[in-house]
Design a protein around this ligand. Sequence first.
Ligand SMILES: Cc1cc2nc3c(=O)[nH]c(=O)nc-3n(C[C@H](O)[C@H](O)[C@H](O)COP(=O)(O)O)c2cc1C
Length: 198
Amino acid sequence: MMDIIRGRRSVRAFRPEPPSRTQLEQIIEAAGWAPSPHGRQPWRFAVITRDALKARLADAMGAEWRAQLALDGQDAATIALRHRKSQERITGAPAIIVPCLYLEDLDVYPDEGRQAAETTMAIQSLGCAIQNMLLAAFAQGLDTGWMCAPLFCPDTVRAALDLAPTMHPHALIPVGLAAKDPVRRPRRPLDELVVRWE
Ligand SMILES: Cc1cc2nc3c(=O)[nH]c(=O)nc-3n(C[C@H](O)[C@H](O)[C@H](O)COP(=O)(O)O)c2cc1C
């Protein structure tokens, strides 16, 4: 287990060979075994393997991202470069899983505070499900990445993928084989992580 945990790495460029349907199913199944508040499993997944759909998603997200970068005051050349690189990450991914937060089965409270805590629990749980996916993929010899961009344009992703309004896309997880070994980020030592132990 520790070898898989330590070995998993975020990959940003993939070889063209796609994962098999069985491999993708196993990855989603691993997500489904994550812990969740009240066992409600507040997640759903879109799996994209068709090139035309990847291109549609990349185009739609790219247009919105260009507008956001322009709002930030970035110059035209930088916007064009960042846009092209992000397009390539989507169209060049052999398969993409889009984890969506699904809030419909959660408890409903009359006050905002408890409702917000319920939503936070669901988001924590989606993170657990995604980590299960990343580890299950790595255990099968596959690599994954994590793109948070859908958080910044959920309506665009929903429209491009024809998802129901109850789906809240939280990430793009490309799945495939690494084109090259990425540089690993060092980890903090235990004595920095633990702030109190007695
Ligand atoms: C919530 C979340 C959002 C992330 N978003 C992005 C992203 O948009 N683009 C990206 O290249 N990596 C993204 N990452 C991956 C991190 O950059 C990566 O996990 C971190 O640098 C550590 O590297 P490692 O995963 O190889 O251990 C994200 C990771 C998390 C958990």
